[in-house]
Design a protein around this ligand. Structure first.
Ligand SMILES: [Zn+2]
Length: 426
């Protein structure tokens, strides 16, 4: 309550007393009546005079006088209201906002106006605090496999802090052994306000991937890509069954009505692998993450239908394809590394049948395969069970018989099959 309110209350009380006194007939009070009347008049004039000549504007801060905000967010000041004799004079207010929401600290916002050469000023205090920890993102996978004969190479990370920006230089890396075959890499980063973030990567030490294994020389691995299809896959399965041969099918994404084909491949003892989702290069190779998401999706899909968790991959176009560079430079270098780290193995081929290219007769398919078979290496034969590929169906039995009669061992890709890989070119 300010002085003005006090005066108003006193005047009101005096008036009430005066009115009461007017209604009494006691003559002794006559003098008092006059005195009261004078006091009342003085009070009324005083009040009006004060209002006219001495009353100052008031500034009222809107919102809290003390505010705490998180650094990095925008600060919007709610402002203040200025009044003089009940009139809004906020337009004459000047606001001096010193808040820097990006930098933690204590700041003032001043609201001021000049009235009759006198500065009238109020202030708000804004505390900017950084209580948000930095975001630390690991590049590569959070669980990776490293062959026991090679070194772990740091995949890297990015750090973004809402106040300090890129503070990836401040990351501390520790290594903690879990057991003989597994350890943890612990990444810790702290921003200037002491908020810290921790991330972990699990490293599994695995057996070296077999690329050369003399014991598999002279083996023939028949592989069929791009299926399953209703017209070709069953015919290939029939021949394999009749010849009592196991082979490998690298499948692309399939509709629900093809699930029986997937089941049949597995039930008849063949290996199933992941070829890709759409087989459209632009879609498959837009990014390593996108490709891997497709792999995970396919893996789950195959598992849901067959119960088999497949960890073998054939890249569309092979790991040596160069078409992928139009969509993502370096993606094959990244993917060939990453699939191994995530426990997958990928297989290219060294015996192309040519059945997806310019070869258009079963004789040519037969010749392409048989002329390149060798006993000094494992033979990874690339064929296709895409729709309409009759030439391969027609050549298959002869190829199998040629292998059998020339001392080759026909087998499917297994855990101990050495990886046949091309030289990565993107
Ligand atoms: Zn393919």
């Amino acid at each position: 309550m300010n002085i003005l309110n006090v005066i108003e209350v006193i005047v009101a009380i005096i008036l009430i007393i005066f009115i009461v006194l007017l209604h009494t007939s006691n003559k002794k009070l006559k003098l008092y009546r006059v005195v009261f009347l004078e006091i009342t008049l003085v009070a009324i004039f005083g009040h009006v005079g004060y209002n006219l000549f001495f009353k100052q504007p008031t500034i009222e801060i809107l919102g809290d006088k003390k505010i705490v905000i998180e650094a990095g967010r925008d600060y919007e000041d709610k402002g203040a209201k200025a009044k003089l004799r009940g009139k809004d004079i906020s337009k004459t207010l000047k606001v001096k906002n010193e808040v820097n929401p990006k930098k933690p600290g204590e700041y003032k916002v001043y609201y001021e106006l000049i009235y009759k050469n006198k500065l009238i000023k109020v202030e708000r205090t804004v505390y900017v605090k950084d209580e948000t920890a930095p975001t630390l993102k690991l590049k590569g996978s959070s669980t990776i496999n490293v062959p026991s004969d090679s070194e772990y190479e740091e995949e890297g990370y990015t750090v973004e802090d809402d106040v300090d920006g890129d503070i990836s230089k401040n990351v501390k890396i520790d290594k903690k052994e879990i057991n003989e075959k597994q350890y943890k890499i612990i990444y810790t980063v702290c921003d200037k306000s002491g908020n810290s973030t921790v991330a972990e990567r699990i490293v599994n030490i695995v057996n070296p991937v077999k690329k050369h294994d003399k014991s598999k020389n002279g083996y023939v691995y028949l592989t069929f890509d791009d299926g399953p299809t209703f017209d070709i896959t069953p015919k290939i399965l029939d021949i394999l069954k009749e010849e009592n041969i196991k082979a490998t099918f690298f499948v692309i994404n399939y509709t629900k009505d093809k699930e029986p084909l997937i089941k049949r491949i597995v039930e008849e003892g063949h290996s199933i692998g992941i070829h890709g989702n759409s087989h459209k290069y632009a879609e498959e190779y837009q990014s390593a993450d996108h490709f891997m998401d497709n792999v995970y999706t396919m893996e789950k899909k195959i598992k849901d239908v067959t119960g088999i968790e497949t960890k073998i991959i054939r890249f569309p176009g092979g790991s040596s394809n160069t078409v992928s560079k139009y969509y993502s430079v370096g993606i094959m270098t990244a993917l060939t590394r990453r699939v191994l780290q995530e426990g997958y193995r990928y297989f290219d081929w060294n015996i192309p049948s040519g059945d997806s290219g310019d070869v258009d007769t079963s004789e040519a398919v037969y010749n392409n395969v048989t002329k390149n078979l060798g006993k000094d290496y494992p033979n990874m034969v690339l064929m296709h069970d895409f729709s309409g590929n009759k030439k391969t169906v027609n050549a298959l039995r002869d190829i199998i018989r040629y292998c059998k009669s020339n001392g080759y061992i026909l087998d499917k890709i297994r855990d101990d099959t050495p990886m046949i890989t091309h030289k990565v070119a993107n």
